[in-house]
Design a protein around this ligand. Sequence first.
Ligand SMILES: NC(=O)c1ccc[n+]([C@@H]2O[C@H](COP(=O)([O-])OP(=O)(O)OC[C@H]3O[C@@H](n4cnc5c(N)ncnc54)[C@H](OP(=O)(O)O)[C@@H]3O)[C@@H](O)[C@H]2O)c1
Length: 323
Amino acid sequence: MFKDSKIYVAGHTGLLGSALLKRLGSEGYGNIVTRTRDELDLTDQAQVEGFFKKERPEYVFLAAGLTGGIIANKTWPAWFFHTNISIQDNVFEACRRYEVERMVYYGSSCIYPKGYPQPMKEEYLMAGPVEETSEAYAVAKIAGITACRAYNKEDGVARFIALVPNSMYGPNDNFSIEGSHVLSAVIRKLNDAKEEGRDRVVLWGSGRPLREFLFSADAADASIFAVNNAQDLEDTHYNIGSGFECTIMELADTIAKVAGYQGAIEWDAEKPDGAKRKLLDSTRFTSLGWAPKTALKEGIAATYEWYSENLSKGALCTQQQGN
Ligand SMILES: NC(=O)c1ccc[n+]([C@@H]2O[C@H](COP(=O)([O-])OP(=O)(O)OC[C@H]3O[C@@H](n4cnc5c(N)ncnc54)[C@H](OP(=O)(O)O)[C@@H]3O)[C@@H](O)[C@H]2O)c1
């Protein structure tokens, strides 16, 4: 990518999209195009076609999509499936038709089979059934990864790059009750308890599952690295993780320290734990020369600072927007 290349960041208001915007800006990329969802609904094929015809972006980062935690995935599986499939299909077709140089697509660690050995390798894709609670979302994401290879093969051009980040967190994360993932949900719950002067918080599950978290700025950095080193990529998807795991209990303790919550943390083992462990094997990508830079505590501190500032400004949507 050249510094004046025309770059479209789809989903620039979200967790990953906002990190991409910031990172591209700080690296001197000055010709960035964005649209809010109100200005351009990516599930609408005619709108997407009109946008690409007018703007002709040379590079596209597809950070628009519908994501959510267990409750949202269980409640609205069709909404997750339809939204992600439509966005992908419309944007992939437009990237092909308007001959975008490179497009980066994002899968998710839930694409890998349930109960497979850890860390999860790229070749485990479609080797077995995925976790049922997020099946519709996972199948949509698998479709996107398959589409990258299909378009590249049929067109004979290595246009589509598929990255698979592990659970991301950072500024602009979703802190709503139904929509949040574990890290943002724990930040919200412990901060609420501190603000309300409560000395006890009950968190979901046993606290024992192991998770790997990736700071959104590191995912943005990996995305730009992938585009700028595209000549070294094989026509496959690449895992990107921090390489660092902790239990949910350790995560909660770290968040409590950062947020200044001094009360007790109790665990409701009646609530589901999800997978025991979710670690990506990112060696295929790191062997190309990329490495994550942000330690978990440092990333949580930056996320908490953003959360507190936006909460006090009343700028934070903490409710699920609904279907
Ligand atoms: N979060 C994770 O841990 C994680 C992990 C692995 C992969 N991913 C993938 O990474 C990508 C970005 O995830 P994220 O966590 O950054 O998501 P996010 O914070 O929820 O942001 C999603 C973005 O997509 C936009 N969007 C949603 N529907 C749209 C539509 N119909 N038309 C136009 N824009 C639309 C949203 O706009 P509004 O602000 O208007 O809603 C928002 O800007 C997704 O493909 C996701 O599957 C995420």
